[in-house]
Design a protein around this ligand. Sequence first.
Ligand SMILES: NC(=O)c1ccc[n+]([C@@H]2O[C@H](COP(=O)([O-])OP(=O)(O)OC[C@H]3O[C@@H](n4cnc5c(N)ncnc54)[C@H](OP(=O)(O)O)[C@@H]3O)[C@@H](O)[C@H]2O)c1
Length: 275
Amino acid sequence: MSMLKLPTLGIISGASRGIGRAIAIELAKKVDPASTFYLTARSMESLEETAHVIKRDVDKKLDVRCVSIDMSDERSVSGFNKSMFSNAGDISRFSHAVLVHNAGSVGIIDKKARELHDISAIQNYFFFNMTAPITLTSAFLQHLANNHSKLRKTVVQITSLSVTAPQKSMHLYCTGKAGREIFFRVMALEEPDVKILSYDPGLVNTDLYTGLQSSTDTEMRMLAKNLSGQPFFLSPQQSAETLCNVLEEEKYESGSIVRAYEVMNIDVGAFLNQG
Ligand SMILES: NC(=O)c1ccc[n+]([C@@H]2O[C@H](COP(=O)([O-])OP(=O)(O)OC[C@H]3O[C@@H](n4cnc5c(N)ncnc54)[C@H](OP(=O)(O)O)[C@@H]3O)[C@@H](O)[C@H]2O)c1
């Protein structure tokens, strides 16, 4: 039975490109057409392109709203948190609310850990990658509790292998992902009525991965370079489809970490351990 075929109120961050755009499109294929999606990122033009693809290829009736916010900016995030559903109308018409924390960045990778002395750059990184998703989740659950306490609620946060596999130059990225993972495990203990999933999308062909080629670390640069052409280097669509199948079946335990490669039965251990 599909756990997604319901009128759904969705928020997907970083939906302007890469994995987030693919999640928005794949999720749109699974939900009831009487659903409303909020897509967020900085680039309005690219968000509108995602909305266009959903309406063209999935369902033109789906209500898709694009919200341009810079999630590294405190004022922008707190404004969105306050008003997120102010124009959604009566939310009691929805049966499921899904929040996907996908937006993310690798941060500073052209310096070693011992060279990180720029306080505001570090604070900025953690604001975007940790504070913003934490406060967005809080606002999301509060809005729903005030308006529709019986709604099914799902929170997905995109994690990474980097939590357990430290890589040179990926200091901020590994730390941010590890912090988020444990935060959402704690929240899963506190909120038995909310299904919480950390999803590791695998190695995916996006701008984020291309950017790793500017790492200070030769091994990291080689790893990123050698990925293209590997059969396990996933397209955003492959990874997003896998996530949506996991959500649809809902067999995961709340707070758990689900890895795309485990679901897809792909072994990348040998590749990651090379060099
Ligand atoms: N690619 C991989 O192999 C891989 C592996 C493991 C985990 N992940 C995780 O998957 C998620 C998506 O990554 P991706 O590879 O799809 O990256 P991507 O192609 O670089 O996309 C990042 C998304 O985040 C948005 N974003 C960036 N800075 C933002 C800001 N300041 N405010 C609001 N939105 C912002 C971007 O939109 P705008 O530029 O329009 O703002 C874009 O939509 C991330 O959490 C990443 O850590 C990726």
